[in-house]
Every structure is written in structure tokens, then in C-alpha cells.
Design a protein around this ligand. Sequence first.
Ligand code: ZN
Ligand code: ZN
Length: 241
Amino acid sequence: MKCFYDFHIHSCLSPCGDRNMTPHDLVNMAKLLGLDVIALTDHNTCLNCPAAVKVGQSADIAVVPGMELCTCEEVHVICLFPDIAASGAFSEHILSTLPKVVNRPDIFGEQLIMDEQDNVICEHELLLATASTVSVSNVARLVREFGGACFPAHIDRTSYSVISNLGMLTPDMGFTAVELTENADIDEWRQRYPIIKNAGIFIDSDAHYLENMKEAKYTVELRERSAAAVVEYINSLELMK
Ligand SMILES: [Zn+2]
Ligand SMILES: [Zn+2]
């Protein structure tokens, strides 16, 4: 089935995410915009996913629990999981690889963990806007071990992208798809980088504010409207070569 998607959205748990990006409000905004399936991808954590997935169930929108992982090369990678058990285990693992820097909300912003009623459960103590020790060459294998799927984020941006930071994408990284921003010319990118000629390409909002979320436009063909089907789909695509 054809599903309108947005696989890259931040909540109020990302230090740069707006206070209004609560699990309840971002899911309901996605619903209003006509999306069928969204992923919650905060920086280096999945801890607002349990609430967002629950809200998704009552709003009849599939929420994929995910994370925007920052690798040790400062490359952003979107990691998606079939359920909150898998995302929770991955989140815990990544937490153990982050530098032990305590967040300063007055400088970096609040990092709020919420329940499905948008009540603040607690603030995340460690700063999430840091780099993990996971390397871009290991991330695809690691995410698969946790039952998920991943792709490098916003590869057309001039910062925090695999192209800007490493200059290239290589087959040994083990990716099947990439994310481009909506400013990118897909045909031009496929021509310029033959490695992505047959790769999956996702265009997401990377919204940090409710008003940055985008009207449903891009679709993906899924077996069913679920997080598991999204992970299955990404992992079924051909590996880049
Ligand atoms: Zn990013
Ligand atoms: Zn992002």
C-alpha cells in the first residue's frame, strides 16, 4: 500500500527541538497534514518514542520509533526500529557510547521526556547533542543487530552529512537508502553519485517545530502501515555497490 511518510521528526527531547513538539501534538499535526506513517528521530535517543507510538495508536497513524544517531565522524544517520522494545535497547546502547556531558538547558535547550498525555516525566540529564563512538562504517550492521534499518540523513547538507564530512558514500558502509532534503534535485544527485543510482531515497522534513512539519507529499510502498513494515522495506532494498 502507498503511504505518505515523514521519517525524520524531532520532539522536545532534542535540545534543539521546540517545547511544543510534544508526542501528542507532533503526532496529531502529522495526522492533520495527511501523513500515514512518521518516525520520531531525536538526537541520540529514542526515549520519547514509547509515548509517541501510543499516541499514534489512538490517532491511527503509524509511528516508527527511531533516532537520529550522530556517529563519531559527526555524520547523522536515521535509525528506525520495528517496535519500542528494539528502539529502547538501541537507545540504551547508544547512551553508553555518549560523552558524559551534563546538559545545560539554559545554553543547549531543554531535553524533555514525556508520557502520552504530554506530562513531563523528567529531563534527560546527559547532553544529547554530542557524538557517539559508533562509526559510520559500523552503524548499518549495528542497527540491523538491534532489528532495525538505517540510512544516512540529509546527504545534500553541508554539515553533519556523510558527503560533507567524509566526501563520499562507499559500498562497505552497507546502506540501502539515503535521505535528501526537499531542496535537492534527485535526478542530479543520482547522476553525480552513481552509488545511489538504484538506492532508496527518502525526503523528510527534519522538523524541529510544529510549523516545520510538511504536508503529505512523498510516498513509500509498504506491506502494511506499520513500523515493522518500514524497517522491512528499507532492509529489502538492494545494498549500494
Ligand atoms: Zn541532522
Ligand atoms: Zn534531524
